[in-house]
Design a protein around this ligand. Sequence first.
Ligand code: HEC
Length: 112
Amino acid sequence: MKKQMMILAGLSMGLIACQKTTATEPVASNDCTAVTYAGTIKPLFDSRCITCHGATSGDGPITNYAQTKALVDNGKLKLTVLTTRSMPQGSTLTAGQLGQVQCWLDAGAPNN
Ligand code: HEC
């Protein structure tokens, strides 16, 4: 009986893990050619991030390319926005917006 319980627990943990993976997989249905820093990413981050990540923010300013690129380079932008989805704190991005961020990161986060 104990063994069955262990198997059951293992199975349900596997299920939860699967669901989690699916939920954090960004929907990349975007046309990446249309995604630029100036035209897509900056307006998105301006509207969704800089209330907390303003120029003097202790949590890391995200008001211009250099500041944003620093968070790309240390891996934290991708981690918090696409992987753990802890950012934007207190809200969520749409699948389309996540796809745009993914496009931009995949392209090497260009300043375009
Ligand atoms: C409601 C406020 C709020 C909003 C909106 C918000 N953040 Fe944050 N962010 C925080 C706080 C507070 C921290 C530090 C604590 C933490 O990591 O949870 C943080 C941490 C981060 C970090 C890690 C910084 C580091 O050096 O460890 C990144 C990257 C980040 N945010 C990106 C973003 C992006 C990108 C957006 C917009 C899509 C965003 N955040 C929106 C409050 C916010």
